[in-house]
Design a protein around this ligand. Sequence first.
Ligand SMILES: Cc1ncc(COP(=O)(O)O)c(C=O)c1O
Length: 373
Amino acid sequence: MRPLAGPRPRVVRATLDGLVPYEPGKPVETVQRELGLDHVVKLASNEGPFGPFPEALEAIERVLAESNRYPDGGCYRLREELAGRHGVEFGEVIVAAGADAVIGYACQATLDPGDEIVTPWPSFPSYVLDPLKAGAVTARVPLREGRVDVDALLEAVTVRTKLAFLPTVNNPTGTMTPRAELHRFLDALPEHVLTVVDEAYLQYVDDPDFPDAISEAAGQGRRVLVLRTFSKIYGLAGLRVGYGVGPAEVIAAMRKVQRAFDVTTPAQEAALASLDGELELARRRAVNREAMTALEAVLRGYGFDPIAPAVGNFLYVDVGEDADTLNDNLLRRGVIVRPMGSFGAPTALRITAGTPEEIAFLAEQLAAVFSNA
Ligand SMILES: Cc1ncc(COP(=O)(O)O)c(C=O)c1O
């Protein structure tokens, strides 16, 4: 066929025109190289300072030499183990390359162009980006005093709404959605909406009002898809493994759009080897609580007012118009924090609770920034 005269017809979908790709926090090595710094700490991606459990490291080493083989595309053993532990059916569990991939598959499996989603905002960017990729309309419902406003979310639901995103710890504000509010929301929600309950930070929280939506909602036949991840307290963010528990027909549809081999063998084995770590989880939870207290004290010491109580492993602080300047000043001094523009909050920063040394380094650099101001 001869080339057409005139401007070429576009191949890129118009739906993507307004979409800004997810901007991850800068890696330590990049900042070191770009700014010529020896010491850099990253408090930007809510990873937590803990490595994989020793059992997970052993499992990774054991299987690395078999990397010539494709992984088990169905994640059979891990799915079966998770289903057994949560008391749900095998067909109600999907394992994917992080909770983020589960969000993507949920959107691909449910949303047609013009369908709607509701989400609190500011919140985790994928709740908006993945629906937009599918051509859906996103209703972004403002937080109330930094907290998810379940009544306002309900009001935003229409006949076209397919998905409602409900994080139990809201990233970036760190606030919790208590059990009573989760159930009030689910009780009032029309039948045609699937709620994506995001429990990425569940293991950090020891508040008795904090819900466990797998046992309290998914296991009770509610129309929810509950997300969990091994990225945070389990220390496996770099391996990419998370899962979702939800209605069998939704999971079956998500499996249809899932890439064949998206969870590597080391990721599957490390996740399996991490499942019995209750004692270590409790230790990490306690260490994180202390780090959160220390980080909050440092920020308050400089007159900031982080949103409290924050129950995950990060704090959110509105620093006003100068958020970019403060972010740049900290970056130039070797502290990577996360500016919140892409989360819908251009005047705020999110800071992850690191080790005591990392928090002390942040405190020193804040002191230097403000003594020069
Ligand atoms: C609320 C929330 N959900 C999901 C994720 C994605 O986690 P994963 O690393 O499992 O993709 C994150 C990661 O920061 C998060 O904060």
